[in-house]
Design a protein around this ligand. Structure first.
Ligand code: NAI
Length: 255
């Protein structure tokens, strides 16, 4: 049976991805710093749960060793583990916070790609999808998160070239504002307005974790067999609609 490793699989987009890949017939290995959450999702998908802290190289290597010990080089790696940051000025962003975001969102994703991707390349096949963000594609007041996600896109392109001849495809998806637990909590607490977030996108709404997960599953599948090195936005048109604000915003529905 084909194996898919989903980091950050205990919650949100990672959980939805685990469910989507289960539908596609994969055995799911849910890896997360939140082990209880990982166990819960593993129960849902009849998979395995593992403790993983992507900010710790040894923890990643332990996971790789465990997964591969039975000669099980995974067919798929989805890098969903990530954290967000507060939208503050550089002066108000403690360097420790910058380091933590960069360590998890960029360095952690890089090491997971390096460790699993090298084994996949030796095996002559594999597919990696990393979660970047629209925040890495536009100017936003997220001075650690935005550059870290842009780095994930650059790294994805490099690794696609690195391992293309070895049969490993490497892609990224860049979600827009997605109704996963951190965004739902921000809306509930009043820190974020759902209407304001939705109004910025061409389609006038947020994205669901399932919509991101379905895109990830497509990129992992043979239907995407000639696609490598891309960064696919799943953003309900946030990237294209922003510049329309200069002209009073996107057109209202005509139906
Ligand atoms: P989430 O908080 O629901 O899921 C993130 C998961 O990553 C959690 O299960 C968490 O325990 C895990 N995690 C955090 N630090 C970790 C570490 N050091 N090692 C291993 N696991 C760790 O959030 P969501 O929204 O599902 O985020 C998934 C990915 O999507 C993240 O990379 C995030 O940056 C990205 N993203 C989310 C967007 C959104 O609007 N929700 C928009 C664009 C990108």
């Amino acid at each position: 049976m084909k194996i898919a490793v989903v980091t950050g699989g205990a919650s949100g987009i990672g959980r939805a991805t685990a469910l989507a890949l289960k539908q596609d017939g994969y055995m799911i290995w849910v890896a997360d710093v939140n082990l209880e959450g990982a166990k819960s999702v593993a129960g849902e998908v009849e998979g395995e749960a593992f403790y993983l802290d992507v900010s710790d190289e040894i923890s990643i290597q332990d996971l790789v060793g465990t997964v591969i010990s039975g000669n099980n080089v995974p067919h798929v790696l989805v890098n969903c583990a990530g954290i967000i940051q507060a939208a503050v000025s550089p002066a108000d962003l403690p360097q420790d916070d910058w380091d933590r975001v960069t360590n998890i969102d960029w360095r952690g994703t890089y090491i997971c790609c390096r460790e699993f991707g090298t084994k996949m390349a030796e095996a002559g096949r594999g597919s990696i999808v990393s979660i970047a963000s629209i925040a890495g594609m536009r100017s936003v007041p997220l001075h650690a998160y935005g550059p870290a996600k842009a780095a994930v896109v650059a790294m994805t392109q490099n690794m696609a070239s690195e391992w293309g001849r070895s049969g490993v495809r490497v892609n990224a998806v860049s979600p827009g504002f997605t109704l996963s637990p951190p965004i739902i909590e921000a809306i509930k607490s009043g820190a974020r307005s759902e209407a304001a977030l939705a109004s910025q996108s061409a389609m006038g709404r947020l994205v669901t974790p399932e919509e991101v997960a379905n895109t990830i599953a497509f990129l992992c599948s043979d239907k995407a067999s000639a696609i490598t090195g891309v960064n696919l936005p799943v953003d309900a048109g946030w990237l294209v609609a922003g510049s329309w604000e200069t002209y009073g915003g996107v057109r209202a529905s005509t139906s």
